[in-house]
Ligand binder design. Structure first.
Ligand code: KMH
Ligand code: ZN
Length: 275
């Protein structure tokens, strides 16, 4: 089994300081959270950015500022900027995060429209084609985010047609978003069984499923994403003080289960990224 790649989704677009005061908004706070996660064992940081007041933004300039500052503190980390942004943003607005320098090694590509709590997260086929084209042109490896079972077939069909980058594909199964596929082991197994040979995959359990999905994923040979974007609690009723605390819990679980942790360079090797 390969070493375990841990991704820290440090910020997201939806969570607030009212829910957990450690949620980062400013550049300094975002760097602090990225560093805490990397120091705890994360090889990858999945990045959303905010205005200083917490408003989610996909501004190219804000991404550039945050990425420059993160690279200063964590020179070797793999960054996966979000092209999902926040619900309601336009495709052009969302794609700005692929415009930074250096060109991102990876970026998320969301694999279909779905409910997102009370809202609709809009990812039409034309939107996905446009995002795929951009990533093919720029040599950005997508992390294919599947929130629903059907998203997998959608993206595999698009990859077969050459509309989005193909093998080797990296999937992130984000399970437990209200209104989307539940975070059960059964659902995870079905998704993993249906990805092409040679693919890599990560799971993300939302809310109370963060660690109940991490445990089977570690045993099954997948990779784990945790972080404030997905879950604010270290355990029931105990807010995490940092993203590093959430990453550290996964590191401890992996240790108990006998799975070593990948460095960023080892993750590059496993994911087929050229540095
Ligand atoms: N904020 C969610 C609506 C991504 O990063 O690509 C979408 C999201 C997915 O977080
Ligand atoms: Zn995200």
């Amino acid at each position: 089994m390969e070493k375990l790649i841990i991704t820290a989704a440090i910020c997201g677009a939806e969570v607030t300081k009212e829910q957990n005061p450690a949620v980062p908004y400013t550049v300094e706070e975002i760097v602090r959270e990225a560093k805490s996660a990397v120091d705890a064992g994360a090889a990858i940081v999945h990045l959303h950015v905010r205005e200083d007041d917490g408003t989610p933004t996909q501004s190219r300039a804000r991404f550039q500022e945050c990425e420059d500052a993160i690279y200063k503190a964590c020179p070797n980390v793999i960054l996966i900027p979000s092209t999902g942004g926040a619900v309601g943003m336009t495709p052009d607005e969302r794609l700005q995060s692929t415009d930074t320098t250096p060109i991102p090694e990876m970026a998320t590509l969301d694999c279909g429209t779905c409910n997102f709590g009370d809202e609709i997260f809009d990812n039409t086929m034309p939107t996905m084609r446009a995002f795929g084209k951009r990533m093919i042109e720029r040599g950005i490896k997508p992390e294919y985010e599947c929130f629903e079972m059907g998203h997998l077939d959608t993206i595999l069909t698009m990859a077969r047609k050459g509309e989005v980058p193909g093998a080797p594909m990296q999937f992130n199964f984000v399970l437990g978003v209200p209104g989307c596929t539940p975070a059960t082991v059964d659902n995870l197994c079905w998704l993993v069984k249906n990805i092409p040979a040679g693919s890599t995959w990560t799971s993300t359990g939302i809310g109370r499923h963060a660690f109940t999905l991490a445990a089977p994923t570690i045993v099954m040979g997948g990779n784990v994403r945790v972080g404030f974007e997905d879950n604010l609690y270290l355990e029931r009723g105990v807010l995490a003080k940092s993203n590093g605390e959430l990453v550290d819990k996964v590191v401890r679980m992996a240790k108990l289960l006998g799975r070593p942790i990948a460095t960023s360079d080892e993750a590059r090797e496993i994911l087929g990224l050229k540095k």
